[in-house]
Write a protein that binds this ligand. Structure first.
Ligand code: FES
Length: 579
């Protein structure tokens, strides 16, 4: 594929406009680049490669990124490019409040403007921790210069008291055990020392691994790169290869718009289903597709899920972690297993097709990457629900739920916010039984705000003590990709906007039928109309700053939670003038 692309000449590069002219501005640009210690021949006539580094000391998943940036530079120099490292906002899933999701669009804005404003011919995007991947890509798509994503890689396995522990998933599991009185304080504190044992993102098939895998199959990362553990020496070598390849991509002018299509998004959704990916991927994929000018209705996920088995036996749906997935052959091996479901002619950043990229892949462990005749589940990991409770859709991950609860009817017990559920859920006076449906409002993009990952709603301690580990739970929030349970998420429109979720009251009967894709509030329409009339909207929280921008512009979950003014409206933003 790459052979057929005409190579650009040095004078075709964006950086040429900054560095080449014999003008006062050209003088300034050259002299200031020399201020960094570069000689003329180290940047003149070479592609300038930006390395967008989402490192900071709050984003522990990216603790290795300073070294990786140097390794990318090594590759860039070797291939005849001129690297420039540019720090951008690191979105720490753990530390950023109210949620890292609140800032995904801020990283997208920063990425777009940083790429457009500087003499950059192509870029390596360094991401991994959940929202960094979609944030970087959403911005880069709008500038449409050659970019290559360097996945941060999963952290190594955790081991605790003879058991394997996985970040996220086992935090939720052992928190429930503690609530049930089955775990001592000492053991809980000891777990803290072992659950995140190295640099790298969460090592389950959580949002981070899902999004980096999806990025790889979209063709925006090197084949096999997303599965490599962060601390493996192969990860360093992959970083150097990213540096080499992006220089070639700059000469080939191989842009995201050359790689992305409806067919590549089909591949991305199919992969998401086959890996049992995070429910968060739905929101991010919709946002990315819309930025690429491609409409991705929720139903597309359901259609593809229905014909795609889950083959990756990875937590939280399965038994293993990403290190096992890498050892078993990684993503290329899994893709080869589902090749009949993929468009193999889609191009990739490596200059070859997806089919060529996975041709020689092999599976080395049949229990980690299951064969088609022995899948983890025969249908994809995510289902889209509709009904009078979710006119614009809702999401559930059946693969991570108790199968007995996928068809359920029970009375609602309603909490008006995350604070409310935390304050009251353990109160025995509420009389919650395993048959109840736990409902939380105000968890959506505007309601929380930022649509936090609180959708794996807590269960009452007194039920945990009785051995109950799952119940039907409903909210307009998201849940961590490392979470599990019968949790209906992303209910749209959200309760903060007066969606039907806002009208649910204690005791209302709710029906969930995943096989029929149905979520129904069993209350007469006249009664709902009466409640709707009485419902009042809350006043805005913010009068200024980023919070106000977010409140004014964020879209709903089924629209990708992008900012309206950032979406692709078909126009193109010109390169800035050089004055
Ligand atoms: Fe960074 Fe989980 S906290 S990926």
């Amino acid at each position: 594929m790459s052979d057929s692309r005409p190579r650009r000449k040095p004078e075709d590069l964006r950086s040429h406009r900054f560095f080449a002219p014999d003008t006062q501005r050209g003088f300034s640009h050259r002299s200031r680049h020399k201020q960094l210690g570069f000689n003329d021949d180290e940047f003149m006539g070479k592609p300038v490669i930006a390395i967008l580094n989402t490192w900071n000391e709050f984003i522990s998943c990216h603790a290795h990124f300073r070294q990786r940036a140097e390794e990318i530079k090594r590759g860039v120099w070797q291939a005849g490019g001129s690297p420039v490292e540019v720090p951008v906002l690191g979105l720490s899933e753990t530390f950023m409040k109210p949620t890292s999701m609140s800032y995904r669009n801020l990283l997208a804005m920063e990425t777009e403007e940083v790429l457009r404003a500087h003499p950059i011919d192509a870029a390596v995007l360094m991401g991994g921790c959940d929202k960094t991947t979609p944030g970087l890509l959403m911005g880069a798509l709008m500038v449409d210069i050659p970019v290559l994503f360097m996945p941060g890689g999963p952290m190594m396995r955790g081991s605790w008291r003879g058991e394997e522990v996985a970040s996220g998933t086992d935090l939720w599991k052992y928190w429930a055990e503690r609530g049930a009185g089955c775990l001592s304080c000492d053991a809980w504190n000891d777990l803290e020392d072992h659950i995140a044992p190295s640099p790298g993102h969460c090592m389950t098939m959580g949002t981070a691994s899902t999004m980096t895998s999806i990025t790889e199959v979209l063709g925006l990362a090197l084949s096999g790169s997303s599965s490599i553990p962060a601390v493996h020496s192969a990860h360093s070598r992959m970083a150097a290869r990213c540096g080499k390849r992006i220089v070639e991509m700059a000469w080939e002018d191989l842009k995201p718009s050359d790689l992305l299509s409806e067919r590549s998004f089909h591949n991305a959704i199919t992969t998401d289903m086959a890996i049992g990916g995070s429910t968060n991927a739905i929101v991010h994929l919709i946002a990315l597709a819309r930025r690429a000018g491609i409409d991705l209705p929720l139903e597309r996920f359901d259609e593809i899920a229905a014909r795609t088995p889950v083959l990756a036996n990875l937590k939280p749906s399965g038994a293993y972690v990403m290190g096992d997935f890498y050892d078993a052959g990684g993503l290329p091996a899994l893709l080869q297993r589902i090749q009949d479901l993929l468009h193999l002619d889609c191009p990739t950043a490596a200059g070859i097709t997806l089919g060529e990229a996975i041709r020689d892949a092999e599976v080395f462990n049949e229990d980690v990457i299951r064969p088609l005749d022995n899948p983890l589940t025969s249908e994809g990991g995510t289902a889209i629900l509709r009904g009078n409770l979710a006119p614009e859709g809702a999401v559930i991950k059946p693969a991570a739920a108790d199968p007995r609860l996928l068809t359920h009817r029970g009375p609602a017990v309603v909490f008006e916010s995350l604070a409310d559920i935390r304050a009251r859920i353990h109160d025995p006076a509420l009389g919650i039984t395993p048959n109840h449906v736990i409902v939380m409002q105000s968890g959506g993009p505007l309601g929380a705000p930022g649509m936090p990952e609180s959708g794996m709603l807590p269960l009452p301690n007194y039920l945990l003590e009785q051995g109950v580990r799952d119940m039907v739970r409903l909210s307009d929030a998201r849940m961590s990709g490392t979470s599990y349970g019968t949790c209906v998420l992303h209910i749209a429109p959200e309760s903060h906007l007066g969606g039907p979720l806002a009208l649910v009251q204690d005791g209302d009967m709710i029906e969930l039928n995943v096989a029929e894709r149905r979520l129904h509030l069993d209350v007469e329409e006249e009664e709902l109309a009466r409640r709707r009339e009485q419902w009042t909207a809350l006043p805005p929280r913010f009068s200024r700053g980023y919070g106000k921008l977010f409140e004014d512009e964020v879209t709903q979950a089924h629209e990708g939670c992008d900012f309206r003014f950032l979406e692709n409206d078909g126009s193109s933003t010109p390169d800035p003038e050089i004055h």
